[in-house]
Design a protein around this ligand. Structure first.
Ligand SMILES: NC(=O)c1ccc[n+]([C@@H]2O[C@H](COP(=O)([O-])OP(=O)(O)OC[C@H]3O[C@@H](n4cnc5c(N)ncnc54)[C@H](OP(=O)(O)O)[C@@H]3O)[C@@H](O)[C@H]2O)c1
Length: 428
């Protein structure tokens, strides 16, 4: 049977895994799709670099056009990363009828609609399962598994680096800076960790998940993003004392047709399943009107877990080729996007305040909450001799974001409030 020929862009962590799985699982793959899958050409930056996998030198190229213009290549697997240059390669490949599998969340979060439109125009598939939560098949689950339901909430731990840092801070009582340094030494965090720790990587992934889950084109600018770099070990200690873990959560919610998407450090009740997702692992919790609660857990990155998703996409493209249905998938985002205003976004809040340690202060503070109709679930006041002030720890009932902002502004203006030390969304 005629082999399916693949051009691989990139032979780094994920590319190496793709070669290992395509070669190592060849007989299973062939049984499923009815043809051998052959990696015909591999694009690298430097052909002479030492590699952990043996790829015959004549397959390696430093010239991308040798792959894109090669009429024998049916599918291009893009695992080189990058945005603008890579987008141009992919658009050109699509215009030549090549199907695309990519692991590139940056590209799909920023240019997904343009790439998917080009694919439709040319009858091509573009699949990107590995772009979110590496080895967890969450994209296929949202698009196919939940096609019959209406999803109202998606919460994800979709960045392994930040989850590793927060887990270490929680388990060992360590400070943020020390754990970040250790994560960099171990290779879990990049030397420039900004994209991970400031929540941008998670925001890109949430853009993709919210688009697919709510069937409306969510853009990166629609995501309200806050990272983990200002979390202190004291915050984590308080959270634990109250029965919570602090997690960097991507949260996408829908009510009627209105949606909101955010990435923010969140206090998650220990009884919620997502609170026990530790280390570099990822998890995505999905709530559907009909199905109720579901959760998907696994490796969010790494050579073989990520390559599993890439090769599963490759199998899907080849199955479509056999059926002659490439590029005929339903439109993924068919709804108009309507974003919630701050008045429509509701959650519980945790607030830690340092205040003057004298009579009547607590009453003045609770008055500010009452004024903006934010009701309180619990209030704890305790002296803190080390700062000669009192600490007030407040957990609110569900409050809208606009009202919570007004309360914080009012507190900032009070002379008895010495510092608003931390504010977190609360889940569970
Ligand atoms: N690593 C993961 O666990 C993971 C998980 C999910 C998604 N992803 C995504 O998968 C993609 C690849 O990640 P990775 O970790 O495998 O990257 P990587 O280890 O840095 O590998 C990149 C590969 O692409 C080649 N390359 C890069 N730019 C090139 C260019 N301009 N021209 C030609 N070749 C080029 C490099 O060539 P040389 O080898 O010659 O340098 C290298 O082989 C990224 O989009 C990433 O976000 C990664």
């Amino acid at each position: 049977m005629k082999p399916i020929r693949v051009g691989l862009l990139g032979l780094g962590t994920v590319g190496t895994g793709v070669v290992r799985i395509v070669e190592g699982h060849q007989s299973d793959l062939e049984s499923q799709v009815g043809s051998p899958i052959v990696i015909e050409k591999v694009l690298v930056q430097n052909k002479n670099k030492a590699r952990s996998i043996g790829v015959s030198p004549e397959k390696l190229t430093e010239d991308v056009w040798e792959i894109i213009y090669n009429p024998d290549i049916d599918v291009i697997v893009e695992v080189m990363g990058g945005i603008e240059l890579t987008k141009n390669y992919i658009l050109e490949a699509l215009s030549r009828g090549k199907h695309i599998v990519t692991a590139n969340k940056d590209l799909m979060a920023l240019h997904g609609p343009e790439i998917l439109a080009k694919a439709q125009e040319h009858g091509c598939d573009v699949l990107y399962e590995a772009s979110v939560a590496g080895g967890i098949p969450i994209i296929r689950t949202l698009v196919e598994g939940f096609s019959s339901d209406r999803i109202t909430k998606i919460m994800g731990i979709v960045n392994g680096t930040t989850n590793y840092i927060l887990t270490k801070m929680s388990k060992e009582g360590a400070a943020y800076g020390d754990v970040l340094k250790e994560a960099q030494d171990l290779g879990y965090a990049e030397s420039d960790p900004t994209s991970d720790v400031e929540g941008l990587d998670a925001a890109r992934k949430m853009t993709i998940l919210a688009t697919l889950g709510f069937r409306a084109n969510v853009a990166l600018e629609d995501v309200d993003v806050k990272g983990i770099s200002s979390i202190t070990k004291e915050d984590i200690l308080y959270a634990k004392r109250l029965g919570y873990e602090v997690k960097l959560l991507g949260i996408a919610e829908r009510q009627d047709d209105y949606i909101s998407v955010s990435v923010q450090p969140t206090m998650v009740k220990l009884t919620h399943p997502i609170a026990s997702v530790n280390g570099v692992f990822n998890a995505v919790y999905v709530y559907g009107e009909a199905v109720g609660e579901t959760m998907f857990y696994g490796a969010g990155a790494g050579e073989l877990p990520t390559a599993t998703s890439v090769v599963a996409d490759l199998v899907a493209v080849v199955k479509n080729l056999k059926l002659g249905v490439n590029g005929k998938q339903e439109k993924l985002a068919y709804k108009e996007k309507k974003l919630k205003t701050d008045e429509q976004i509701a959650s519980k809040y945790f607030m830690l305040l340092h205040v003057d340690d004298r009579a009547g202060v607590l009453a003045r503070i609770t008055q500010a909450f009452a004024e903006y109709e934010v009701s309180l679930e619990s209030v704890l006041q305790q002296p803190n001799p080390s700062i000669q002030e009192a600490e007030i720890i407040i957990i609110t009932h569900d409050a809208n974001k606009a009202a919570a902002k007004k309360v914080l502004q009012a507190l900032e203006g009070m002379e008895v409030v010495k510092a608003i030390k931390s504010v977190y969304r609360v889940e569970g």
